[in-house]
Design a protein around this ligand. Structure first.
Ligand SMILES: [Ca+2]
Ligand SMILES: [Ca+2]
Ligand SMILES: [Ca+2]
Ligand SMILES: [Zn+2]
Length: 347
């Protein structure tokens, strides 16, 4: 059969590079030969959702805190020729630790400082590849389709953030090292995407909440995409964000925040992370109603039209209108219903 004939060479390539991932994940990036496609050892999103073990605990970064079954080897795509973790969509710098090398990227574990560098490279690249797969950067305008600078340090602050001025993401340590959880990495990347779409985005409390919500949403969206693409285990609730990072500060099931909360507009506290759970639930409902691809194309495309100091009302209206323009009346109604369920005014 022609299908078989086309598929066979891919399988053989997969065997040739000795990779453990599923064959479908091993299509080499353009320009790279299969034999040279470098592999990195990463967590399958995070160890809690990969193993389903809510009892995992970080004990000062010990390798033995997490079983080998939480890791996978995955192809590091879009690297440049430097031998370090920099490439088309991300450039990773370690401020206080040893820089990781591509040659050793398949061998680090969580006790190595270099492991988080590999995680940051892999997951930021994965995030931009996902946006590209939705059409951003081809059919639709690019959404942070540039080299994203990422800096890691070991200064002990349990804090990660995106800096407006340098458009740089920084990951801290403390508790679970932040870049050991792909959902923390992708949350920060969400801020970078927003900022690239609308420079200075997030100057009002409601805009800030939308930024936090989108970061959480993007984390789950890209993580789920990777789970499906690579055939990885998913043994935690889909709505739970940062299952591993949260083991240090939340009860089981450990979640930094959730996408399926019941808050409405009246529950605003004036704190961007807390209020973000109003918006992220609406996005999660849009995804349930329209499917991942359609929902994510609408959600990201709408964000180009948000003012830096937007309100929930204005941003919801823009998202509803974007749904209508891209997919027609049924999609428009589904998006409107999601925002109405959160009792956001004016929709
Ligand atoms: Ca670590
Ligand atoms: Ca942490
Ligand atoms: Ca999760
Ligand atoms: Zn944030």
């Amino acid at each position: 059969m022609p299908m078989t004939a086309r598929r066979t060479p891919r399988r053989l390539l997969a065997v040739a590079v000795g990779a453990l991932a599923v064959a479908g994940a091993l299509v080499p990036s353009p320009g790279a030969t299969a034999a040279s496609a470098p592999q990195g050892r990463v967590f399958m999103v995070n160890p809690v959702q990969a193993t389903g073990d809510q009892g995992l605990v970080d004990r000062k970064d010990a390798a033995g805190d997490v079983p080998a079954s939480a890791y996978a080897l995955a192809t590091l795509r879009n690297l440049d020729a430097s031998g370090g973790l920099s490439g088309k969509w991300v450039s990773v710098r370690s401020e206080t630790g040893k820089p990781a090398s591509v040659a050793d990227a398949a061998s680090y574990d969580r006790s190595d400082d270099e492991f988080e560098q590999v995680m940051a490279y892999f997951w930021v690249n994965e995030g931009q590849e996902y946006l590209q797969s939705l059409g951003f950067g081809s059919e639709l305008p690019g959404a942070n389709d540039r080299v994203q600078p990422v800096r890691l340090n070991q200064w002990g602050a349990d804090n990660s953030y995106f800096t407006d001025k340098k458009a740089e993401i920084r990951f801290g340590k403390g508790g679970v090292d932040d870049a050991e959880d792909a959902e923390v990495i992708l949350h920060e990347y969400g801020h970078a995407v927003h900022h690239a779409q609308v420079p200075g985005f997030g100057t009002s409390t409601e805009a800030g909440a939308i930024g936090e919500a989108f970061g959480d949403y993007l984390a789950v969206a890209v993580g789920n995409h990777a789970v499906r693409k690579y055939g990885w285990p998913m043994k935690a609730e889909e709505a739970c964000v940062a299952d591993w990072d949260a083991t240090g500060y939340s009860a089981a099931p450990h979640c930094l925040r959730r996408l399926d909360g019941t808050k409405t507009y009246a529950d605003r506290e004036g704190e961007v992370h807390a209020d973000g759970e109003i918006w992220s639930r609406a996005l999660f409902d849009v995804r349930k109603a329209l499917g991942a691809r359609t929902a994510d194309r609408i959600i990201v495309n709408a964000q180009f039209g948000f003012a830096p100091d937007t309100s929930f009302e204005a941003a919801a209206r823009t998202t509803v209108e974007t749904a209508r323009r891209m997919y027609g009346a049924d999609a428009e109604a589904a998006v409107r219903d999601a925002f109405r369920a959160r009792e956001i005014p004016g929709v």
